[in-house]
Design a protein around this ligand. Structure first.
Ligand SMILES: [Zn+2]
Ligand SMILES: [Zn+2]
Length: 320
């Protein structure tokens, strides 16, 4: 079952907790009884907003403590958590809520009126969920059974009367969940060092990156270098803590590009000279780089001072 939790759809908090419901005779199926924007059928991105609108109507219009349904199902087979398992719904009508969970199919009496196969599968998923986890019995009824209403509309009610069968031809795969917002970067590599690293005077040393925190697409075979899977822009961020650098002496930090074999350095990308102040220093370097998948990349330290320096901490993050 493709569950969308209250948190995921952005539910308002309920005004107090609904009564406890140990078990029910079964489920009553509902529709919204109003206009549902037909664009919802083709755009799962609209379904959470419809949930919030229904909850607002129930709390601000009906004066209920929360959305009245136990669960609600969108055209894309997602099951949105309403009051949830073992909680008294409000949508079945006075005196009728202890007998059945209330499950909404997100169709109305105008606009979007025809349930998709995905919605029917989703309602069926919700029914099986409350049977398995919520103490629901075998009954499947419509809101109009025992209460004067058109709900759940002609189409859903005809389906309920047939015993709410799963549509033939198997379950339509649910649509992908909405993409993350654009400001969320995909981490390519997140790494550090296990031991302090000494850089002798006059030498160039690559940070070994022997503590690997994340490497989801395996761009880092171990060792100091990494190679992206494809050519792309990446945001490279480096942080280091350096001990032993004398005042006025120069340490160069560089994001360096090497031949794929690692034998030859091609060039340094935005290298930076860091001048010591005689105490422990924290140096950072960050920039957007065009990474090639036929090259390898490292972070190099060049000690241009007269004494060894020690890198006690280092942290690298490559993201796109
Ligand atoms: Zn209803
Ligand atoms: Zn949807």
């Amino acid at each position: 079952m493709k569950l969308v939790t209250r948190r995921q759809w952005g539910a308002r908090p309920a005004r107090g907790q609904a009564g406890y419901l140990a078990s029910t005779r079964g489920v009553k199926v509902h529709y919204t009884g109003s206009y549902v924007d037909p664009r919802v059928a083709d755009d799962h991105g609209r379904c959470a907003a419809l949930m919030r609108q229904i909850q607002n109507g129930h709390m601000d219009g009906n004066g209920w403590n929360d959305i009245g349904y136990s669960f609600a199902v969108c055209p894309h087979q997602y099951v949105f958590e309403g009051r949830g398992l073992h909680r008294l719904p409000a949508a079945n009508g006075p005196g009728l809520n202890t007998g059945h969970y209330a499950v909404l199919g997100m169709v109305g009496n105008k606009g979007l009126v025809t349930p998709t196969d995905g919605m029917l599968h989703g309602i069926r998923d919700a029914i099986e969920h409350v049977r398995a986890k919520g103490g629901a019995g075998r009954e499947i009824k419509g809101h109009r059974d025992g209460y004067a209403t058109d709900c759940p509309g002609a189409r859903l009610y005809a389906w309920v009367e047939r015993g709410a069968p799963r549509p033939k031809g198997g379950s339509r795969p649910p649509e992908k969940p909405p993409a993350p917002p654009e400001d969320v970067l995909e981490i390519l590599l997140n790494a550090g060092i296990r031991d302090a690293l000494t850089v002798p005077p006059g030498s160039r040393v690559s940070i070994p990156w022997d503590a690997e925190y994340a490497d989801p697409s395996n761009v880092h075979g171990g060792g100091p270098s990494w190679t992206p899977r494809s050519k792309d822009w990446a945001l490279v961020t480096l942080g280091t803590v350096v001990d032993g650098q004398a005042a006025g002496e120069k340490l160069r930090l560089a994001l360096a590009e090497y031949e794929r074999s690692g034998a030859t350095r091609v060039k340094d990308h935005f290298g930076e000279d860091k001048i010591g102040n005689g105490t422990r220093s924290e140096y950072t370097l960050s920039g957007l780089m065009w990474l090639r998948n036929d090259r390898s990349y490292r972070v190099d330290l060049v000690n241009e001072g007269a004494r060894p320096v020690t890198v006690t901490r280092a942290h690298l993050r490559v993201a796109r």
